[in-house]
Design a protein around this ligand. Sequence first.
Ligand code: DP6
Length: 354
Amino acid sequence: MSSRVSAKDKAEADERLGSSGTTSRGPDSESAGECRAIAHSNIALAKYWGKRNRELNLPAVPSLSLTLAALSTTTRVKFERSLERDSFELNGQPGDATATTRVSELLGRVRRAAGLSCFAHVTSSNDFPTASGLASSASGFAALALAALGAAGLTWPDSAVSDLARASSVSAARSVFGGFVTLEAGATSAQTLAVGPVAERLMMLIAATEMGPKAVGSTNGMLHTQATSPYYSSWVDTAPRVYAELLSALLAGDVQKLGETMEHSALLMHASMIAARPALMYWSPATLAALACVRELRQRGTLAYFTIDAGPHVKVLTTSEHSTLVREQLLSVPGVRQVLVSGVGRGARILGEP
Ligand code: DP6
């Protein structure tokens, strides 16, 4: 995967997303029609929360993420002339109406770019436990973007694939790339970040807690925060500085500073949600117990820092030498059901056999 977005890439991406098929090679050609792709989930160390432009789905703040090897989505897209509409299956079950509409919107963009008119059958599966509520739109839309382009016979630069995924879900723009990934405020696509040897030592542990009542999804959660939280503007003002601090800690290989800044980013984001009306609170008793466990580990000299997304699960950044101990301790926290361990993952890619 390429590492930088050039102005040329960007211009090509814009042209392709809006074009009517100059680069098309649709299912009429022998090699197109079906494609399978894989993308990994990512966890933001510096969080994205809020939209600068809702129509265009542009992020209000910069974010920086780590792509996770242990959590991935594999998606197959098959354009078929006989279909009367797009169909979507997730983990062997028909996708719900909202998910199918989002899938269809992405397929529509690809159809317009390729000059295609037929619908597609999309099957997608996650390799992580689906009952745990860890399903993320990030790996899903990154895999879908790549598979849909491949099935339509289009070969786009990574930045344009990231742009396509971002139009469906901002965090998906980051899952197109492996390793550490940045997405600037208002940007249309993400970029990989070269960070040096520190990346080889870092691990992310995911402490999956018991799920309470169905949580508010991230899109609705952030729009509600934007509309009602008096702290939202403070979040948007502060996030770029926290992002810059986190980026320089990462580039300097300062894991303590990185972890401390990561916690600050998550807590700032959650403070803006908690101040919404009505309050948006994703934490459960197990979330707080896991945070206490992380702090206690740190007091005893173990390297461990937490982050939390739009759900009760706790993600813990540590290093390979501390990960076994951190996992054991997290597993003993009441309400933690399982702990997944992940190293740094690769970028999205097309798989050989459809
Ligand atoms: C808390 O990318 O799921 O995980 O752009 O509306 O699809 P949409 O939102 P989404 O939000 C992710 C929010 C987060 C933080 C992050 O991943 O940066």
